[in-house]
Unconditional design. Structure first.
Length: 368
């Protein structure tokens, strides 16, 4: 199992924006130093807590400061941007990263963003499909382009001057395009099937109960079978909220503190998703009454914390429950305590993952 990083950072509302951005940047640089295989960052325009407004801009900021880690948009909210702008920016970013880019896409889940961009009442899934189809069509075709859709029309027919390069949209370094991933946030996600059928791979979100994470694998297999390609667990990424400390008391205090970054993270998500009628994401069974879904229950089920030995055991149990997957994405949180946050990532890379992989190897050998 590889170790990656995924952050849709939720910071205290009163925190200095400059400080939160610097800390988020430092987390990515630390992940690179520790040998994390890949790292993703989310984006929202209208959220004071989730205050990275452009994942492309953020990744461009850190591109030259990283060496080996693959960096991913996590995700581009496709209905909220013109497909030509996405195609051009992603192509340039892929060149800046020397081909270390992973292209994460989604319809976008923040309703205030949807309202801002005028698509609150629109079919955002249809916009998402049209947008990514147009991005791929731009990269696969020559100017002046002639891409017509329901929501966008793309052409440089009237202004093309090939001899000087006017009217041309650049292509990514990776051909035909960077690897594409989608973040799955719904139980039994149909989007996972459709993505797999197109050759894309899933990320299971860190705010989904294990039963719903488990439901993504059969959907992925279904899509791969439709496309005639092998369903390889190595291509499945699963995000988890994890805190590791050298002693159990410190781990418990930081991870369960009602005012700490982990509980704050889930309090924010729970508030938003409950208001938007999506409380089922936090249910342990589909017929569970809404009133049983509490912040305490959510945190108890979704936050893994402890010493390296304890966290490794919990991750192995989690893998037993949901099935084998290829990359564990450590979900970033606000750095309320910088040293504890850094130490958790260090322990995760240097102490937890070797134990997890050794344990998985023993389980595999025992099963043969």
């Amino acid at each position: 199992m590889k170790l990656g990083f995924f952050t849709m950072p939720i910071h205290p509302l009163e925190k200095d924006w400059r400080l939160s951005l610097k800390e988020d940047r430092e987390a990515f640089l630390l992940a690179d130093e520790l040998g994390f295989s890949e790292a993703y960052v989310g984006e929202h325009v209208t959220d004071k807590a989730e205050n990275i407004t452009s994942c492309i801009a953020f990744l461009a900021w850190i591109a030259a400061a990283t060496r080996q880690i693959k960096l991913g948009t996590g995700t581009i909210n496709m209905p909220n941007a013109h497909p030509a702008a996405v195609a051009a920016s992603i192509a340039m970013l892929d060149h800046m990263l020397e081909g270390r880019l992973i292209f994460g896409i989604s319809p976008g889940g923040l309703l205030s963003d949807a309202e801002l961009f005028g698509n609150l009442e629109a079919d955002r899934n249809a916009m998402f499909v049209e947008a990514i189809n147009q991005v791929l069509a731009i990269w696969a075709s020559e100017p002046p382009y002639n891409i017509k859709g329901q929501f966008w029309t793309i052409s440089t027919q009237k202004t093309l001057m090939k001899e000087v390069g006017q009217g041309f949209i650049g292509r990514p370094l990776q051909q035909p395009h960077p690897p594409i991933v989608v973040t799955a946030v719904a139980p039994f996600s149909k989007g996972v099937t459709e993505a797999a059928a197109r050759g894309w791979d899933p990320i299971s979100a860190n705010f989904l109960m294990p039963a719903w994470v488990k439901s993504h694998w059969p959907r992925y297999v279904e899509g791969c079978e439709r496309a005639g390609r092998a369903a390889d667990p190595a291509n499945w990424r699963v995000a988890k909220s994890i805190f590791v400390a050298s002693d159990a008391a410190t781990a418990k205090a930081y991870a369960t503190d009602p005012d700490g970054p982990y509980v704050y993270y889930y309090r924010s998500l729970f508030t938003k998703l409950k208001k938007n009628g999506r409380v089922e994401l936090f249910k342990t069974r589909r017929d569970q009454p809404d009133e049983e879904v509490t912040l305490e229950m959510i945190c108890n089920n979704l936050i893994i914390w402890g010493t390296p030995e304890s966290v490794a055991d919990q991750l192995l149990s989690f893998q037993d429950e949901v099935g084998t997957f290829g990359t564990l994405l450590y979900a970033g949180k606000d750095w309320r305590d910088r040293e504890l946050a850094r130490q958790s990532m260090i322990l995760m890379a240097e102490k937890v993952m070797p134990r997890v992989n050794a344990g998985a190897a023993r389980q595999s050998t025992a099963a043969e």
